[in-house]
Design a protein around this ligand. Structure first.
Ligand SMILES: NC(=O)c1ccc[n+]([C@@H]2O[C@H](COP(=O)([O-])OP(=O)(O)OC[C@H]3O[C@@H](n4cnc5c(N)ncnc54)[C@H](O)[C@@H]3O)[C@@H](O)[C@H]2O)c1
Length: 254
């Protein structure tokens, strides 16, 4: 489904990252991978993962740094001659903002969560446009969560950042549709990852979903990989500006 395509995936931390599950699904479908990680702390892990998929490129990139994003795009363009798929799988809020009351969110905590988790989609998209243009269009996918649309205890400012991210998906879809670029979100059910561990009471969210979701189970990271593959491929060629729930149906329940 992605033969001869290039996919740039922002946000691999380790083998539990949704970004890695997505990268694996893409590579199994024939895509060439470009992965990014944040800082030296993640480098060893991510380089070891990248080595398991021959030809994979790997770059350090903090999404709050426009120069680093520009370097990722320049390197991808030089090595791959364009881009077909971009995945945004990046989020961060300070631990103290992911517990207690939303009303206690600090000005700085709000700014950081929104800059890293929402604005960054715009920041990584704009310099990638000339690369997409070389391939006549493409697909952009961002990872979001139900907390954007409903109140999830302790998700707090991250829910507000995800709401901004989902609105960004729609505005970008409208801007970029004429260029043949589709922009969609995947709203994943809870999966135990490094980022998820930062949310206070995450274990009880998993238990609640298993009990209440129509399918009576939690999702796995490979479910997100398969959904991303669909959104990346031509099978979804007339879907843009959408948020696709991959959550065993949990979001439909009252
Ligand atoms: N795990 C879940 O339950 C779940 C559910 C729905 C949505 N999501 C979303 O999926 C995405 C990936 O998260 P994950 O659960 O795989 O956890 P993860 O910890 O593996 O991934 C989060 C990534 O964000 C990166 N990151 C944070 N700040 C950054 C910065 N300034 N610059 C560059 N990278 C930065 C981290 O390095 C990490 O690679 C996030 O957007 C998250 O909100 C996760």
């Amino acid at each position: 489904m992605l033969k001869d395509k290039t996919a740039l995936v922002y946000g691999v931390a380790n083998d539990r990252s949704l970004a890695w599950a997505i990268a694996q699904a893409f590579s199994q479908a024939g895509a060439r991978l470009v992965l990014t990680y944040q800082g030296e702390r993640m480098e060893r892990n991510v380089r070891a993962l990248a080595e398991t998929v021959p030809g994979t490129l790997c770059y350090d990139c903090d999404v709050t740094n426009d120069d680093e994003i520009a370097a990722v795009c320049a390197n991808t363009d030089r090595e791959c001659g364009g881009l077909d798929v971009l995945v945004h799988s990046v989020a961060f809020a300070r631990k103290e903002e992911l517990a207690g009351r939303y009303v206690d969110t600090s000005r700085d905590g709000f700014r950081i969560a929104n800059e890293v988790s929402a604005y960054s989609l715009v920041a990584v998209t704009r310099p990638a446009l000339p690369l997409f243009e070389k391939r006549g269009g493409g697909s952009i996918i961002a990872l979001t969560y139900l907390g954007a649309q409903r109140v999830v205890p302790n998700y707090n400012v991250m829910g507000v950042a995800k709401a901004a991210l989902e609105a960004s998906v729609r505005y970008l879809a409208a801007d970029l549709g004429p260029l043949g670029i589709r922009v969609n979100g995947i709203s994943a059910g809870p999966v135990k990852t490094l980022a998820a561990r930062g949310i206070s009471g995450f274990g009880s969210i998993l238990a609640h979903v298993e009990e209440r979701a129509p399918l009576r189970r939690n999702i796995s990271d490979s479910d997100v990989g398969q959904a991303a593959l669909f959104l990346a491929s031509d099978m979804s060629r007339n879907i843009t500006g959408e948020v696709l729930f991959v959550d065993a149906g949990f979001h439909i329940m009252a």
